[in-house]
Design a protein around this ligand. Sequence first.
Ligand code: PHE
Length: 482
Amino acid sequence: MATGIFRATSQQWASRTLRVGAAPKLRTALTGQTLKRSTLSATAQWQQAVRPVLCASFHSSPFRLAPETAANPLKEPPKITAESITVGGKTYKTDSFTNVTPTVLEKTTRQLHLIPTHPIAIIKDLIYSAFPDFKHYETFSPVVTTKENFDDLCFSDDHPGRAVTDTYYVNEKIMLRTHTSAHQLKVMTEADKVLVTADVYRRDEIDASHYPVFHQMEGAQLFDAKTAVDDIRKSIAADTSAVSGSIHTTDTTVITPENPKQDCHDEAAMLATADHLKYSLNMMVRKLFSHEKDLQVRWIDAQFPFTSPSWEMEILYQGKWLEVLGCGVIRQDILINAGKSDKIGWAFGLGLERLALVLFGIPDIRLFWSQDERFLRQFEPSKIQKFKQFSKYPPCIKDISFWSNDDFHENNFCEIVRDIAGDIVEDVQLIDEFTHPKTKKRSVCYRINYRSMDRNVTNAEINELQEKLREEVVQRMKVELR
Ligand code: PHE
């Protein structure tokens, strides 16, 4: 068994280069959230990991789930055993690098950016409208190779982003993407104007202000290197996109040896590409922040292994400079590998939560993952509206233990719970299981979290439901209660 692979503490990625769009460190307390920072030892984490993932939510509302297509492998619950991990319909062997946990793998099935009424998707769509003829990609599996996430993007072998403390590895060569740039090379082989939206994963604590999963959008545009200067001048002149309000941009960045032009680039073409990049992104934020009268934007120098020169964009929001994206002129080696050696291009990567927190006034990063209708029902496609805080009604928790049998399937069990308790069930978790050494019978214990969305539930009424459940599971599944 792979122990010793978990480091005691998870360090932040040492450099700034890969933190764009990461969860801002808010310190807002939120009632009713159940995610806790893991205090388990490495071995205990692994023991927990070898247990099948089961944390079902039973809400029939269409608001709760990403659009379900029968054949979407990303919707299949991930499975973890000591030897292998199945995620996105594919099975991978584990090894001494493996550090993905059930909780994080479960997130791969959520795909918040595909739920039209979710703030993340609303912002995604607004950004799409700022880049009208770009090709969209939004269903890439989060499981990528280290080659795609790092090597193809010119990351050095000792880049801190590669550390097992910072990155979720399925095994030595397979990982959960840490940024949407992992798909840059592939999409640039297919089109010259691309937008990739996806969930990205970085090892971090889990509490009100930290979250190991967030969403990014990657954009890239390529121009013919020979005609770039002219093409870009014409394209900016022809831009008729209506933007309301004014935008004040501060850009004191200059090309220096620390943030250099690539030797292979013609200076005029590179400068035109950089202008087009900044112009396009200024227009995009102007659109998003159309309610702000005088939007203040500033550009600062940055460093990424896959762009040079590189910058970050910051927006002045309620008196604070907020970092929203990283970008730059794409390294020519990457274009050559994409079969586009005669092109020059820009790329950006922006954090969608970062923008959503600000635009919707959402006080806590974990709310994005809420299954509560009072969260999800607040939003409408294409509309930015301020979040209204709500408090949760208290839960009522009941456990049920029984000897399972060969025909037992937890989905069937879940179906019975849903039948009996409907929306009053918030979640069901397998909290204990063991096999009797002599009889070889398997015992399971499920914890059911009953909680109404709109009223306090009484212990008496839940006891009644629980009693009904106990009767039904015996009758329908022929299991033996303990
Ligand atoms: N991938 C970078 C990050 O996650 C952002 C980025 C994308 C920077 C594209 C430059 C170009 O921080």
